[in-house]
Design a protein around this ligand. Sequence first.
Ligand code: BYC
Length: 334
Amino acid sequence: MYAQMVKTASDGVKSRKDMSPEEAAFQEKIDADIKIEPRDWMPEDYRRTLIRQIGQHAHSEVVGQLPEGNWITRAPTLERKMILLAKVQDEAGHGLYLYSAAETLGVSRDEMVEMLHAGKMKYSSIFNYPTLNWADIGAVGWLVDGAAIINQVALQRTSYGPYSRAMIRICKEESFHARQGYSAIMKMAFGTPEQKRMAQHAVNRLWFPALMMFGPSDKDSVHSEQSMAWKIKIKTNDELRQQFVDQTVPQILYLGLELPDPNIKWNEERGHYDFSDPDWSEFFNVLKGNGPCNTDRMKDRVGAWEDGAWVRDGLMAHARKRQARKEAAKIAAE
Ligand code: BYC
């Protein structure tokens, strides 16, 4: 069983008077929207929070390749296959940018992967749900990447420079991902009655897991208060979730599909759609390792890591040989 740790203690946000001079100067930079760079002084908890979040984000990109990669060989047309292949490849690239951003904080990619495999680091809950048919692939691109973009557009303004810059590039690619998903689901929603039925089922099954991507409700979020104070997070989990619902409901209606939640209703007073909360007990259960695909996902990742050991060993041996040659040439030239 690969459980993902659930609770992390948080001591609350320090008031100015309790801050050391270094902490106060750091907070002033944050308040003035000055980016924090790798060599700048930072509180140890700021560094740890970033490693946790960026590491989790990187793992999500990599584990997130599995549910879609599974459908590359079964794409309905050559064009859809090429698009999906490109998208899944992009996700690997996103993982790389994010691991690199996390490495600037003093943790190695190998250490993060080890922690993931030991169940000590998380990846997004959404990837513990299966993709049962082609409609799910459309819905993943549209809803999952759509939710990810909303979160990541806000993160472009995050206070840590390398994370912020990685987000800017990732968002450009994510927008293609969401569009290709919507295009695939549109084809089905406007297709045969059977295709439309599949599209509806995909939306029904993935709606609540997509809402869970934004994390627990603000009242249960352990890290939000401090992460907002440090501008690691720019918007709260609930604010982003609401933004996703407001953006997505009109898209569902345009497709002529039924809304996946009977409580979705426009609220004139709030200027937002009302909607039901996801089943939070299911969310926490998935985080504990008990989702439909947790075991398979980790088995696949650990298997890929072990199968790739010979490539890593070969690259290291080659790098050592080149280094030795370079040093020998330098000595000979002296
Ligand atoms: N899944 O205090 P909270 C993609 C954890 S991939 C799992 O609110 P925070 C794509 C949280 O870590 C894009 N765990 O936390 C790729 C914490 O546990 P720990 C993925 C979750 O960090 C391939 C605890 O619950 N995007 O688009 O302030 C193909 C309490 O939560 C989740 C990102 O990773 C969850 N959904 O806020 C297709 C975005 N939610 O660490 C598509 C970056 C919460 O204390 N991350 N937890 O043990 C974030 O923005 C924030 O970390 C979150 C959570 C909003 C997710």
